[in-house]
Ligand binder design. Sequence first.
Ligand code: SAM
Ligand code: SF4
Length: 496
Amino acid sequence: MSGDRQKTFYLETFGCQMNVHDSEKVVGTLLQEGYRQVETVEQADLILYNTCSIRDKAEQKVFHRLADYKKLQAQGKKFGVLGCVAQQEGEKIFERAPHVSLVCGSASYRNLPQMLAQLESIQTDGAQAGEPAIFETASSRSPAFSPAGRGISPTTLPRTGSLIRITGLDDRQTDACFETEFTARTNPHRGYITIIEGCDKFCAYCVVPYTRGKERSRTSDSVLAEARQMADLGYTDIQLLGQNVNSYNDPTNGGRKKRSFAELLAAVGEVSGIKRVRFTTSHPRDFGRDIVEAIDAVPTLCDHVHLPVQSGSTRMLDAMQRLYTRQQYLERIAWIKAAKRDIAITTDVIVGFPGETESDFSETLSLLEEVGYDGVFSFKYSPRPNTPALSLHDAIPDQQKARRLEVLMAKQRELQIPRNRKYVGSIVEVMVEGQNPARGQWIGRTSQNKTLNFTAAAGKFPQTGSYVTVIVTASFPNSLVGEMLQDGGCTKTAPM
Ligand code: SAM
Ligand code: SF4
C-alpha cells in the first residue's frame, strides 16, 4: 500500500440488505480515500469482510475465509473485519485471527477514514520492510478515542506488541448515523436508503441490538434529499431500510414538523422520477394502519409488505419477547388485506426456539394457512452470544429443528402454488432486471416483489432498469412466467 502505486482493496459482504448497503457506503468511503476496488483477494492490498452474526453459520463463514487467506499476510496484505461479527467479538478477533489488523463495527464506520489513515501511517512509518509493525487498539474504550469520533491518533496509541491492531467498536449508545455522500451504489436503477439504524426491541434470540447499537433515525429531510438526488441520477426504485423501519422517529428538524414513517414513505413515493418504493423490515408491534393507507394513496408505493411473525404461537411469541400476540399480528394482516390494492405479504419464521412444542409448531403451520403468505424466509433457531434466549434450558435437538424446517418449507411451497396461479391471465408491470439468454427470457420484478420471467416478440429487447407490461401465462411456486405485450415500452435495438 505504499509508494506511488494506487492502494487496492477487496470487500466481501455477508448477510442482509443492511450489510449490502453498508458495504456500498464503505466502498464509497474507500474510493474517496484513494483506494481502488479489485475483484480478487490476490489483487488486493487490503482485504475486508463485512460480516453477519445473525446465525452461527454466517459467523463461521468469516473465520473460514480468514483462515483460507492467512498465508497472504506474508505478501504484506492487510485484513479487516467489519460489521456485526466485528462488533460482537471485538478484540477477541485478534486472538482468533492474529493476521487481522482492523476490527470495526457498523456504528463506527464514520471513523473509517481515520482508521485507514492510521493503517497506512503504521505501514509507511512504523515498520521497515519485513519487520513486523506495531500498534494496538483505538476504540471507544481506549484513551486514544475522542468522543467526537474523529480523533483516532496513532501518536497516542500504545506500542504493545508486534501487530497492527486498530479497532472501531463504538458501544450501543452512539447517537450517530453513518451518513455519507460517497455511497458507491452497485445497481444504477434500484438503490437503498437507510432511514433508521440499530434496534431497541431486544427479541430474546437476536444479536442485532448488541451489534448495531441503539435505534437512531435520520432526519426525514436528509432522507428526502437523498431520494431526490437518486432520482436526479436516474434511479427509479428506492428501498427504505432499517431493522424496524416503522419505529422511525424523525429527530427534531430545525423546528419543522416531524414526519411519521407513513408520511416519510408517502413523501419518498412522491419524489418526481421515482416509480417504486419498498421498505423493510417492519415490526408487527409498530405496524400502523397509516402504512396501509399510504400504500393505497400513493401509487408508487409497492404492493408488498414484509411483516416477520417468527411464530404462530402466542406462547412462543411471548418467550421470544416479540411484544405482540398471534391475534394482534392477525389484526395487522387484516388491515393489509382490507387495502384497495392486492398487497403481497411475506414473513420470517424461526423454528425450534427453546421450548417450542409440536403444538406450538402446528400453530405456526396453521398461521401460514390463515395468512396465505406470498413468501416465507424460515430459519432454524441459532443460539447467539449475549442474547437472553441463551439462558433458556429446553433446547430443541438439531434434528428436530431440521425436520420442522422441512415441514414448514414444504407446506409453504404448497400454499404458494395457488397464490401464484391466481396471477395467470393478469397484466402487470415489471421492472426489467436482466436477461437469461439460455432460456431466451428476460427477468422482471413485479410491484408485489415476484420474479416474472418473460419472453418478448422477435426484435424487441427490453433494457435492464426499464418498465414493461407483461401478461402472466404460467406460474410456479416461486416465480411467474409471461409474455411482454407489444406496447411493453422497450427499445427496438439489441442491448450492447
Ligand atoms: N428486525 C426484523 C424483525 O423484527 O423481524 C428482523 C431482522 S433479522 C436481521 C432477520 C431475521 O433473522 C429475523 O426476522 C429472524 O427470523 C432471523 N433471526 C434472527 N435471529 C435469529 C436466530 N438467533 N436464529 C435464527 N434466526 C434468527
Ligand atoms: Fe432482532 Fe427483534 Fe430487533 Fe428484529 S426487532 S432486529 S429480530 S431484536
